[in-house]
Design a protein around this ligand. Structure first.
Ligand code: MN
Length: 191
């Protein structure tokens, strides 16, 4: 599937004359971010959630994680796959206007690069991705495992064991967390 085709669902859900989110045509400056991109956005839509994204095959594969990732080894967190997002989305922070798809505030909770323990496209297709995160708040080894259920969208995000002890920062949905990019909180964007 071509990059343009993959992003059709993303484009269909949004009116780029209203939302400040990037259209799939905008191209990111390749120099500015380590690749492949790993990213988590904290999103205050109708329900607060964390959007977990990994660059695979030229797009950001995306999962909505209602509780955010757990840093406890083996603890499963539901990750519902959503539409592919353009690479440029890795820089998006701001307010999606009300009554639009995903209306609400978005901050970049964590960002960095990631490394698959194998071929990323193949592991994604097989529904079992084993990888290392190199972010500011999250690091180390993780797994995404696709569940066998009729929705075909439900995965589990699970922390794996690391050789060394790493300092990880767990999401705190109740807290006043800051963006790793701007230092802003979701509340700052509401003002
Ligand atoms: Mn979202």
């Amino acid at each position: 599937m071509s990059g343009a085709k993959k992003l059709q669902e993303y484009a269909n859900k949004r009116d780029f004359s209203i939302t400040p989110e990037p259209s799939e045509q905008e191209k990111i400056n390749q120099e500015t971010l380590p690749r492949p991109i790993y990213l988590i956005q904290k999103h205050q839509a109708s329900h607060l959630h964390y959007d977990f994204r990994l660059e695979i095959d030229g797009v950001l594969k995306s999962w909505s994680v209602p509780k955010g990732p757990s840093i406890d080894i083996g603890k499963k967190r539901l990750a519902v796959e959503t539409e592919d997002h353009p690479i440029e989305y890795a820089k998006f922070e701001g307010v999606i206007p009300p009554y639009n798809y995903g209306g609400g505030e978005v901050i970049i909770w964590d960002r960095g690069s990631w490394q698959c323990d194998g071929d990323a496209s193949e592991q994604y297709r097989k529904g079992s991705i084993s990888f290392e995160i190199k972010g500011e708040r999250l690091k180390g080894h993780w797994r995404l495992i696709k569940m066998k259920d009729p929705s075909n969208r439900n995965w589990l995000l699970i922390k794996s064991h690391d050789k060394e002890k790493l300092k990880l920062i767990e999401p705190d949905p109740s807290g006043d967390e800051t963006s790793v990019v701007s230092g802003k909180t979701l509340n700052d964007l509401k003002r």
